[in-house]
Design a protein around this ligand. Sequence first.
Ligand SMILES: O=C(O)c1ccccc1NCC(=O)[C@H](O)[C@H](O)COP(=O)(O)O
Length: 236
Amino acid sequence: MTARFLEALLAAERPLVMEVKRRDAHGYDLLGGRTPAAIVESYEKAGAPCVSVVTGRWFGGTTALLRDVAALTDLPLLQKDFITRKDQLTAARELGASAVLLTAALLPRSSMRTLITGCLSEGLTPFVEVTQEAELDGLPHADECVIAVNNKDIKTKERDRGDLDRSLALLPALRASGTRCPVSASAIDSPAAAARLLDAGYAGLLVGTSLLRTDSAAAWLEDLDRARARPSARTP
Ligand SMILES: O=C(O)c1ccccc1NCC(=O)[C@H](O)[C@H](O)COP(=O)(O)O
């Protein structure tokens, strides 16, 4: 139970956390008339090892969305919200989450430490998101955390285009932190971009908007396989 999310991602052939998010950062609808059930089904058919559910209000999320998705699938679920208190961890587990987002840019260091320990005692994988190297200092139990680089800036509600070079630059520091599962998150807008990050050494990726805007998640993943098999086809 404790590491269900982490282990599922590490064991996956295509280690993509596929996201259910109602709206993008600019308020544009991402469901396109589909139900969460249809999206989860498409992710399962595409071989998702894990699913992220955005419950944060900035993106149109609600805790009911997490409860609904948990009733639809046995895949390990990440709750993406503004988690600042330990009681939110218990609530996340009760709603069906296996992992919760802890955003370094929004949490004092002492709270981050308390929440990581709290996650582990609740049986949740801490999904720690950073944007700069200093935020990795002193993270406890890093080997039991997913540590993700957010390529966008949550302080500006992720309205920026994102910068994948941030992930490439921070990968050595993530490895040095002791995590077994470095992840790149946000702004991964094509299979070619995903291939570039996996080939650089990322153990996992979190993709929302691009998968929600494509007609077929399965075809997106097939394109990823092709991009990984043909290095010359990738964007440099
Ligand atoms: O990053 C946060 O702190 C955050 C807090 C609360 C709700 C959502 C939050 N982030 C959402 C995301 O980071 C993105 O939805 C996710 O990484 C996918 O990004 P994209 O592929 O660009 O849609």
